[in-house]
Design a protein around this ligand. Structure first.
Ligand SMILES: NC(=O)c1ccc[n+]([C@@H]2O[C@H](COP(=O)([O-])OP(=O)(O)OC[C@H]3O[C@@H](n4cnc5c(N)ncnc54)[C@H](O)[C@@H]3O)[C@@H](O)[C@H]2O)c1
Length: 348
């Protein structure tokens, strides 16, 4: 089996930003069933509710199991899956104020899931890692052989997770593939709390008539891939037999500075007059990221379809049409969102 059509799929973290778009993609591809396990710490029921409310209209049955991947009940879901996409994790800023829990979820729980999936004999396990395993670019564009020197516990825990996934392939021949998306953007992306990303935060601020924040000199770069492209890449890599045992980078292949991002948002939000607020550099902020997509394109023919400018214009429109007003969203943005809002070590 290499196709997703007719497969029983488990998506950890499937109520989150990328996971929910992956669920959309799996339904489009005719998965027989899609089980989402997500404890909703950062995910939202609403992100997949359109499938659950209207399951009869799709060929797939989508269901949400609101549980922690560290629980036995969540692990048991692996037993009924043909394909597992593992996306559940805690983010980079969370790792700055709660490194131990970040490690438990991103690394230890990944090992447990892999062990369970091996025992269950799953036909494909797609481990979703991150370009944060690299740290800052030592050369660009960055291929899969680029050294891994993560700058945060998040990057370290994602690297541990992917190392365990590769080990499952090397030691036991388990059909595993590791995917490293670069920065992903689009609808359902996070502006709030410690999940808040620069692009949605800047858009919400612009819609409130406020300038974007630039940390440091703003010349740090990111490689932004539209989430519809990320989801399609994940599905295509899962369907590719030649990808088994491989580690595959996925990005847009275009580099955007934070200064350019803030200018683009202000212009597309109709507020080109907004001058960015310049603040001191953030801890653990990598300097440069730019993908080399050669391997993913050789394996699957993948190429991004939505460019940065078009994707940001669409995202501004998406934020304009949220039920929450921009001011309500703004109240959920924390300016220094890498700082603990509770004592370190406390499980949220
Ligand atoms: N967003 C990006 O730019 C980006 C870039 C590279 C890689 N990734 C990777 O993609 C994956 C998805 O990221 P995302 O941006 O959609 O983030 P997200 O926070 O929206 O999704 C992660 C989901 O995991 C869930 N989760 C967290 N801890 C859990 C637990 N203990 N049990 C069950 N569910 C839990 C959250 O509720 C959330 O819905 C992650 O593995 C991340 O490392 C994201």
């Amino acid at each position: 089996m290499s196709g997703l059509n007719g497969a029983r799929v488990l998506v950890t973290g499937g109520a989150g930003f990328i996971g929910s778009h992956l669920v959309d993609e799996l339904v489009r591809r005719g998965a027989a069933s899609v089980t989402v396990v997500d404890n909703l710490v950062n995910g939202r029921r609403e992100n997949i509710a359109h499938h659950i409310a209207d399951a009869a209209a799709d060929d797939a049955t989508v269901r949400l199991v609101a549980d922690d991947i560290r629980s036995e009940a969540a692990l048991a879901l692996v037993d009924d899956a043909d394909v597992v996409f593992h996306l559940a994790c805690l983010g980079v800023r969370h790792s700055l104020h709660n490194p131990r829990e970040n490690h438990e979820v991103n690394a230890t729980a990944t090992l447990e899931l892999l062990e369970r999936a091996r025992a269950a004999g799953v036909r494909r396990f797609v481990h979703v890692s991150s370009s944060e395993v690299f740290g800052t670019a030592q050369y660009a564009p960055m291929n899969e052989e680029h050294p891994t020197w993560p700058e945060t516990v998040y990057g370290g825990s994602k690297l541990a997770g992917e190392a365990y996934a590769r080990a499952a392939y090397r030691t036991h021949g388990m059909p595993v593939v590791v995917v490293r998306p670069f920065n992903t953007f689009g609808p359902r992306s996070h502006f709030e709390g410690d999940s808040g990303e620069v692009l949605p935060r800047t858009i919400v601020r612009a819609l409130c008539g406020l300038p974007g924040f630039v940390y440091g000199d703003g010349e740090q770069t990111r490689d932004f891939l539209h989430v519809s492209d990320t989801a399609r890449a994940l599905a295509e890599i899962a369907e590719c037999d030649a990808a088994i045992g491989r580690t595959v980078n996925v990005g847009s292949g275009a580099e955007v500075t934070i200064n350019e991002l803030v200018e683009t948002v202000a212009r597309l939000a109709g507020r080109p007059d907004l001058e960015p607020v310049r603040l001191e550099a953030r801890p653990g902020d990598v300097r440069r990221l730019l993908v080399d997509n050669t391997l993913v394109s050789e394996l699957t023919g993948f190429a991004p379809r939505t460019g940065f400018e078009q994707g940001v214009a669409d995202l501004v429109d998406w934020f304009r049409t949220r039920p929450e007003s921009p001011e309500e969203m703004l109240s959920r943005i924390e300016d220094r969102n890498w700082v603990a809002s509770e004592p370190a070590g406390v499980t949220s």
